[in-house]
Design a protein around this ligand. Structure first.
Ligand code: ADP
Ligand code: MG
Length: 326
């Protein structure tokens, strides 16, 4: 295996003989965009969760059902699409009716919340793995993409960062607030739709802020300055990180910057739209925070509140590496 998963995808799956005119956006963004009529575009995405890789084997099945759909709705949210349909491919080691009841309960609770109908799939026997494909709609030509940011645009994130990473780091048990962020991520569907006409680019944070913001920047060869003290941290996160007698852990910066699994949105907004954006997002029961600014020089520069540079230790999760020990 050479290079990371993005190199693999580029190398084997981006060169093909077919280039249809109704494909507005193919491989490389949070979802593909397909033109299906004169009014609407179709956004299509797919994500797989593998036991032992994306969730610990003992994860409650309701959480697996929820998360398998949630990570896809998060990709649709990053395009600004309204979710509509899903298909589900399930590979199970054996039939277990209690497991399936709970899995379906988690899946359909979220599907109902966002008016998503399951319209097909596939069921096979093998090591536990769950693949969901989600389809969403948006008015023609209005999708948010990873490309489109410009120097001077403000960088925002929804919600709080680092909670899921801290839950994993502490091996937190089910039921804690941090563990719930890892097991039941909330896709920011309404906010994604509300970004139409205001945001210049968007991505969802699945692999960590630095890694995913990096993808957004690389499409236009841009950079960003990130204010690491401004990163939004939850009360549950701060309670653990600032535990009395222990002092502030380096994880205070590292987890919000580099841990994955939060499924918040990261988006950029031209300065002239910031006031309208903040007014529009005020109606959601979800915080949003300005964390930095797009720059013309490529690369991500992290700075502390006083302006001094901060050098992050890690940059995000990579599935395939050149050297597995690195
Ligand atoms: P995300 O982090 O949003 O889940 P991925 O890292 O899975 O995205 O994929 C990056 C891009 O490559 C996406 O546009 C995805 O649709 C595309 N992609 C991933 N795997 C394949 C594949 N095997 N064939 C074609 N396209 C792929
Ligand atoms: Mg994504």
């Amino acid at each position: 295996m050479s290079g990371d998963e993005f190199d693999l995808i580029r190398r084997y799956f981006t060169q093909q003989a077919v280039a249809r005119s109704d494909v507005l956006l193919g491989v490389g963004d949070d979802a593909a965009l397909l033109r299906v009529g004169s009014l609407a575009d179709l956004a299509v995405c797919m994500d797989t969760l593998v036991a032992g890789v994306h969730f610990p084997e003992q994860t409650p099945p309701a959480a697996i059902g929820h998360k398998a759909l949630a990570v896809n709705l998060s990709d649709l949210a990053a395009m600004g699409a309204e979710p509509a349909w899903a298909t589900l491919a399930l590979t199970l080691p054996a039939r277990d009716d209690h497991w399936l009841d709970e899995f379906a309960r988690g899946f359909f609770a979220l599907a109902t919340q966002y008016n998503v109908q399951l319209v097909g799939g596939d069921t096979t026997r093998g090591p536990l793995s769950v693949t969901v494909q989600a389809h969403g709609l948006l008015p023609h030509g209005t999708a948010l993409r990873r490309s489109g940011a410009r120097p001077g645009d403000r960088v925002y994130v929804t919600g709080t960062l680092g909670d899921a990473g801290l839950a994993l780091h502490l091996r937190q048990v089910a039921g804690s607030a941090l563990r719930a962020r890892f097991e039941f991520p909330q896709p920011r569907v309404g906010i994604g739709v509300a970004l139409h006409g205001l945001a210049s680019a968007a991505i969802d944070i699945s692999d960590g802020l630095l890694a995913d913001l990096g993808h957004l920047l690389e499409t236009d060869a841009l950079g960003a300055v990130i204010e690491v003290d401004a990163l939004p941290r939850s009360p549950a996160f701060l309670e653990v990180i600032d535990a009395p007698g222990i002092g502030r852990s380096p994880l205070y910066y590292e987890l919000p910057l580099a841990a994955g699994d939060d499924y918040e949105l990261c988006f950029t907004v031209p300065p002239e739209h910031c006031a309208a954006l903040e007014q529009s997002l005020g109606r959601f029961d979800c915080r949003y925070t300005a964390i930095g600014t797009i720059e013309a020089t490529p690369g991500i520069r992290c700075v502390r509140a006083g302006g001094e540079p901060y050098q992050p230790a890690a940059t995000g999760y990579v599935h395939f590496r050149e050297d597995p020990d690195d």
